[in-house]
Structures are given as C-alpha cells and as structure tokens.
Design a protein around this ligand. Structure first.
Ligand SMILES: [Zn+2]
Length: 519
C-alpha cells in the first residue's frame, strides 16, 4: 500500500507541477508615427488600410498567425514568449501607419477595443505593448502615453507593462513613469524590430517570475537629432548605438535605449531620448542615461545640414561615373508621413534629360489611365503632385504602358521594420518618352503610398534596379537597408515636402524652447 500511495502522490504532484499554468501576457498595440505637419488627418479607415501593404489592423488569433513569419516586433513578442515560457493573449495590433494627426474618433475606437479585448482575457500576469512612440491625436500630444494611462487605469498599478517603441519615438517623462519597462529599437534602418520584441518578452518573463525589479531613467538632451543623421550603422551615431549595446551586457542593466526622435511631430517631447532600465538600481539607471545623453549632445557639431537640392542631386547622380545612384527623396519620405506623389526630383530628371531612371509615384488616377490604355498602349497625362500643395506640381508624362502588375510581393530578407508581405495594389510601369531599350526611363505608378523598404517592389514589376542609373526612393534613411546592396552611391536630397530635412522649413509651435538643430 505504502509504495502505491507514494506513486499516487508522486503522480499527483507531478501532474500539479506539470499543470502549473504559464504566465499569461496580454499583447497589443496601436502603432502610428504622426506627422503633425501633414494636413491630412489619419482616420480609422487609414489604420485599417495599413501602409504599403503592411498589415492594417490585426485582431485575435490573426495577430499570431499573420505575424509569426515576419521580422517585426510582434513576431519578436511571439518568438520571445515561446522561448521564455509565456503564453500570449493577442488582442489588436493596429498599424503601422504614418500620416497626419490621428482623429480623436479613430483613437477612441482603437484604444477602447484594445482595452476591451485585454479585459476579455482570463487573469493577465503582464501586458506587452507595441506603440510607435510618436503618435499625436487631436487631443493628445503624446497619445502613446495616453494608451498606457488607459491600460494602467483598467488593470492597476502593479501589473507589469512592457512597451516597445520604434527608434523614432518622442519619449516623455510621463510614459516612462507609466510603464514598467520601456525599450526602443536600437537600429535605423530598423533591422532589429524583431529583436526588440524578443528582448521585451525576456524582460517580461524575468519580471513575472520575480527575478528582476525594473527601474528606469529618461534623459532628453535639448536638441533635435536630424533625420539625416539617423543611420545607426555609421558615425556619428554608431559609437553611441554600440555603447548602448555594450551596457546591456551588464546583468544589472535590463535595457539601454537611444531613440532618435521624430522631428515632424510638433510636440513637447520631440527630440532624441535615452532610457536606461536597471534591476532596482535607480542611481545606475540615471548615471548611464546621462552619460549616453552627453554622448548625443557631444555629437551635435557633426550634424550640420548638408544635402543637395533636387537639381544638384540629379546632376551629381548623372555624373557619378558609377551606377546606380540612389537619390533619397527626403521631402517625400512616405515612411515619415508624406504624400508619396512628389514631383520635384522627377521634374529635374526630365529637365536635365537624365536617362536610366526609375521613379515611383502614388497616383490612383494615373494607374486607372494606364489600365484603360493596356499593355503597349499610349500613356499621356499629368502625374503626381495631386495630394496636397506641398509636393510639387503635376508633371505631364508621355510614354507607353510597359507593364501592369497585381502589386503583391514578398520581402524574405530583414529590411527596415521587418515587413514580409506587401501589396501595392494593381500597379503600372510606364516607359517614359526618351527611353532606349538599354536605358529606359521608368515610372512605377501605384494606387497606394508604398514605403520603399524592399527592392522587390521594383523587381516584382520587372525593373532591374542594378541595371538602372538613377533610383529614386521616397524616404531618407530607412530605404538604405534595401538600396545599399545595389547602389554605388546614396544621396539624401533636400527636397521640399512635409518631411523635408531642413527644420527651418517648418513652423514649430509646441516643442521645447531653444532646441539645438532647429534653425
Ligand atoms: Zn522608425
């Protein structure tokens, strides 16, 4: 009897131990980088559409099913949760999107749905949130903090809330107080979006198991860190990024983030930030945050604006001698919230009779005209410059419809932000007058704004980027991850537009006074 009882007891204990529930962690996010200078407000429908084939709004199990294979932050949460023994309760991931100020109605709907869905979970042990960090709504200049405030209010002061922000976050004291841990992408282009998700899941596992007690410190140097200098893979930012990584080798430092900030949001928190999170050592967090902040401040003399205007940039590209040259149309940085139909560089290419170029323009009416003409048909109509009055005039384009494509492509490699499945919408390639078979001038017309984060955008419509002379990408730093492997040279262009690199073009009203780098 006794041995039998022991076996029964062992089995019971064994089963109890085996059945010990894993911590359940709520997962959600509202992801928006808000360009407050863009006159077009962001609606709920804009969130649902997504951008450039990005996911739009994912709900419930779709959050897991559609993100697992990506290289984005949600994929990192999923992988990290499995690796560190957490169960996830997926709710809603809305975005990513970049456009004008978010309508209050859209924000209220999305934040209410996030909280409702979190409430439907059985008891949660923690909450992982993916928030861009630069969301502005009509009522909230730091809407990411407002999301966390609402989640805190609903779930109390003690539940761990770990937030991942994009590198372009504008971080406030408020959100640092509201979160248990805040960490950001380290890299720009953002090749570590997934790593940041894994990192957050690891910290969450250590918090819920009682292994660590995070405290965090924020430092904001009084400066604007111009987007021209956001490349973390090259000086002057590289040594600071490397130092933040080195700090994380210290077991007492749970995370050390240096965020570049987002200069197109006219809000008090605009500018770079350092957040250091330690295991219950506030002095260490403060000291290291201040040291990284001093490093940022110390590089300001290396950040003088130097970028050619479109005319000069096209001339430089034509005479470079090695091709292709990639021109970054910084003023029409779609990922930064612009229209995607700027014509400033296109106008110069035509005026200077450049050859072997490719430009992408978002213009649904022009796509329709190309569809009506059909492959091989004549194309003759004004293109671009139609969304607002900030991105140049429409340009009359004469040519031939070279191809019509369904616009879907896959980016298998890790590129900025980590997106995998893309959908441009049915798109057309126009061979513009003056083309030769060896050196065509190509206009890719898309119905939607497409962030140029993947060369498969061109390859999938039959354009060979390496054979062209001039590639125009509507972005500033982010497209580098896609274009550097083929480009002989990359030139950031000081083009006009709602994402121009020169802050003097913008009328700031709400930022902190006397920031270095504004004028
Ligand atoms: Zn970003």
């Amino acid at each position: 009897m006794i041995p039998l009882m022991r076996i029964v007891l062992l089995l019971l204990f064994g089963i109890t131990a085996f059945a010990q529930p894993r911590p359940l962690i709520g997962l959600g996010g509202i992801v928006h980088e808000t360009n407050t200078f863009n006159p077009k407000k962001t609606t709920l429908a804009d969130f649902a559409t997504g951008i450039g084939g990005a996911d739009g709004i994912l709900r419930g199990k779709d959050v897991i099913e559609l993100s697992t294979k990506a290289n984005n932050t949600t994929a990192g949460f999923i992988y990290g949760a499995a690796k560190y023994g957490l169960d996830l309760y997926p709710t809603i991931i809305a975005g990513p999107q970049t456009m004008g100020t978010v309508l209050d109605s859209a924000f209220e709907t999305l934040s209410a749905e996030l909280i409702d869905r979190l409430r439907q979970a059985p008891k949660l042990d923690g909450i992982l949130l993916f928030l861009h960090g630069a969301m502005v709504t009509e009522s909230h200049p730091h809407a990411d903090a407002e999301v966390v405030r609402r989640v805190r209010k609903a779930f109390g002061d003690t539940i761990p809330i770990v937030v991942v922000h994009d590198f372009h976050a504008n971080i406030s004291e408020e959100i640092v107080k509201l979160t248990t841990v805040l960490l950001t992408y380290k890299e720009c282009p953002h090749l570590d979006a997934r790593d940041a998700g894994v990192h957050a899941a690891r910290i969450m596992a250590d918090i819920v198991s009682g292994k660590v007690k995070p405290v965090q410190a924020l430092v904001k140097p009084p400066m604007l860190l111009n987007i021209l200098y956001h490349n973390t893979y090259a000086p002057p930012l590289l040594p600071i990024t490397s130092e933040s990584k080195r700090l994380e080798k210290n077991p007492n430092i749970l995370a050390a983030s240096v965020a570049g900030g987002y200069q197109y949001a006219d809000v008090p928190a605009m500018g770079p930030s350092v957040v250091v999170v330690t295991d219950n050592d506030p002095a260490l967090a403060r000291r290291e945050a201040e040291r990284l902040g001093e490093m940022l401040w110390g590089m300001r003399s290396q950040m003088l604006l130097k970028a050619p205007a479109p005319a000069e940039a096209v001339r430089l590209a034509m005479t470079n001698g090695e091709w292709p040259v990639a021109l970054m149309d910084a003023g029409d940085n779609i990922g930064g919230g612009s229209a995607g139909d700027s014509t400033f560089i296109l106008t110069e290419l035509l005026k200077q009779k450049a050859s072997g170029w490719v430009v992408t323009i978002s213009d649904p009416a022009a796509v329709q005209a190309a569809l009506r003409a059909g492959v091989g048909g004549t194309f003759d109509m004004p293109v671009g410059g139609k969304t607002d009055n900030l991105h140049g005039d429409s340009v009359r384009i004469k040519g031939r419809v070279k191809g019509i494509h369904d616009g879907r492509f896959v980016e298998p490699a890790v590129r900025h932000g980590g997106g995998r499945y893309w959908d441009m919408g049915v798109s057309a390639v126009i061979e513009v007058e003056g083309s030769t078979p060896d050196m065509p001038n190509l206009l890719l017309l898309t119905p939607k704004r497409i962030i140029p984060f993947s060369l498969h955008q061109l390859i999938s419509v039959g354009i060979y980027p390496e054979r062209m002379k001039i590639l125009v990408a509507k972005g500033t730093i982010a497209p580098r991850a896609a274009y550097e492997p083929v480009a002989a040279k990359i030139i950031e262009v000081d083009s006009g537009g709602v994402t121009g690199v020169n802050p003097a073009r913008f009328d700031y009203k709400h930022i902190r006074p006397n920031l270095f780098g504004i004028k």
